[in-house]
Design a protein around this ligand. Structure first.
Ligand code: HEM
Length: 141
């Protein structure tokens, strides 16, 4: 669970991202596919060099879902249930792909927010995204 302080840090970071979901999400995907090419195997339909429109569209959807998680942190399982079914049962995304995504997310945040992205925010955001990943992958069991 996240402490009240950690929740406040997560909310603060989200306030800095909100409104830029497509741009941040596209950069996150580009970093993920480039640094961890095996993740791209789940996105064959995006082509070898996914164009910007495709990245922006999927990036926006992904970050909007993160926004839902921020707003519904106390009811994460219910809020993300359809998305958890999709990733576990339909897409069958291997859970080992989530830590690389979290790492790329942190790099995107650090590169954009720079000094605003404090050590405490980094730690809280890592904990928060790990919870999201747990909820999205636990339906494998
Ligand atoms: C689809 C969110 C992690 C692979 C989606 C969608 C959302 C989403 C919102 C669209 C659902 C829809 O269209 O109804 C997230 C979030 C993640 C995450 C919040 C983690 C924080 C991952 C990971 C992978 C992955 C790690 C694999 C490397 C996919 C694929 C689709 C998808 C292949 C379908 C894309 C399409 O149909 O165009 N995800 N996802 N996701 N996700 Fe994720």
């Amino acid at each position: 669970m996240l402490s009240a302080q950690e929740r406040a840090h997560v909310a603060q970071v989200w306030d800095l991202i909100a409104g830029h979901e497509a741009a941040f999400g596209a950069e996150l995907l580009l970093r993920l596919f480039t640094v961890y090419p095996s993740t791209k195997t789940y996105f064959k339909h995006l082509g070898v060099c996914p164009d910007e429109t495709q990245l922006l569209t999927h990036g926006r959807r992904m970050l909007e879902a993160v926004g839902v998680a921020v707003r519904h942190f106390d009811h994460l399982r219910a809020a993300l249930s359809p998305l958890a079914d999709l990733h576990a049962q339909v897409l069958r995304v291997d859970p080992s792909n989530f830590p690389p995504l979290i790492q790329c997310f942190q790099v995107v945040l650090a590169s954009h927010l720079q000094d605003e992205f404090t050590v405490e925010m980094h730690a809280a955001w890592d904990k928060f995204l790990t919870h999201v990943a747990i909820v999205l992958t636990e339906k494998y069991r």
